[in-house]
Design a binder for this molecule. Structure first.
Ligand SMILES: C[S@@+](CC[C@H](N)C(=O)[O-])C[C@H]1O[C@@H](n2cnc3c(N)ncnc32)[C@H](O)[C@@H]1O
Length: 288
């Protein structure tokens, strides 16, 4: 990408000392740059609307994503910062040193578990790429509580809901539980239903959601990208659907527990409530 410096690629060990990209590095760079393309509208939106936009990268690992994003969108801007939050202190330390060498002075780092991190009062963009198991839920909770305009998460492995499916299998005459009778199916179904609940929860809290494939990441089984853009204060219809879904499947993931959404069986969910009211003008679809 233009604006991508050899210094950064060398720091991230993507470029050899001789200045070459090997096949592996090239693939990795293409993947990250593809993701950058998908994040560009969100970044441009917050940079146009906020004088000092704050991006949080939750479960940042080596913070590769943050470094590339910072260079492309924040380095040349007058303001705006990126906060990487990671549970492993050695990764935070290494990334901090890297940022200092690169002179990326508005990159900040915090070592913390995502459900106990100190989040800034206002977050503009929340990112979580392959944050393990319920760490994605912690990131989504923080995004919702801190009013993030945009969220982008690529969930990772999921175990919590698969365990709930096992212990709370419905006893009635329905055949739905056959979908997750076997451990393997429980894991797959648990993962799928978790992401359905994540997308619907974002909608219930006022986000317009797109679920898509993170193309170029075919080597990973975890390539589902959930993008959310906040356009309403909340969405009653999605909330009712979410409560009904939790009741029907009999699960209560960390995300909905922390946000106080409880299962409620309802009939005729589709007709129960009208379309959500945008915050301002009736036809508004731009971010709030
Ligand atoms: C699979 S790595 C992904 C790293 C990075 N986002 C990326 O895509 O390259 C997941 C990272 O999330 C961190 N992590 C997992 N759960 C976490 C939690 N609850 N709080 C903070 N960090 C967490 C792990 O330590 C690990 O570095």
């Amino acid at each position: 990408m233009p604006d991508q410096s050899p210094e950064l690629l060398r720091e991230l060990h993507l470029l050899t000392r001789e200045g070459n990209l090997n096949a592996d590095a090239l693939r990795k760079l293409k993947q990250v740059n593809h993701l950058m393309g998908l994040l560009r509208p969100a970044m441009e939106d917050v940079q146009a609307r906020h004088p000092s936009p704050l991006v949080v990268d939750a479960g940042s690992g080596n913070a590769y994503l943050g470094f590339v994003l910072y260079e492309l969108f924040l380095k040349g801007a007058t303001d705006g910062a990126l906060l990487s939050i990671e549970g492993r202190p050695e990764l935070t330390e290494r990334a901090k040193e890297r940022a200092a060498r690169l002179g990326f002075s508005r990159m900040r780092f915090q070592t913390a578990h995502l459900d106990a991190a100190e989040y800034p009062e206002r977050i503009h963009v929340m990112l979580a790429l392959h944050a393990c198991d319920t760490a994605t839920d912690d990131a989504l909770v923080a995004a919702i509580r801190h009013g993030a305009d945009h969220v982008a998460v690529v969930p990772c492995c999921q175990a919590e809901v698969a365990a709930q499916l096992k212990s709370q299998r419905p006893q009635g005459p329905g055949t739905m539980s056959l979908l997750y009778q076997h451990p393997w199916h429980r894991r797959e179904f648990g993962s799928h239903i978790t992401n359905v609940i994540r997308a619907l929860t974002l909608e219930a809290f006022g986000y317009q959601v797109t679920v898509t494939e993170l193309t170029g990441w075919e080597h990973s089984l975890k390539n589902e990208l959930i993008l959310g853009r906040r356009v309403h204060r909340d969405n009653r219809r999605a909330r009712v659907q979410l409560e009904a879904l939790l009741a029907e499947v009999g699960v209560q993931p960390k995300l909905t527990r922390l946000l106080g959404v409880t299962p409620k069986a309802r009939a005729g969910v589709e007709d129960a409530v009208s379309e959500p009211e945008p915050e301002d003008a009736p036809t508004r679809t731009s971010p709030v």
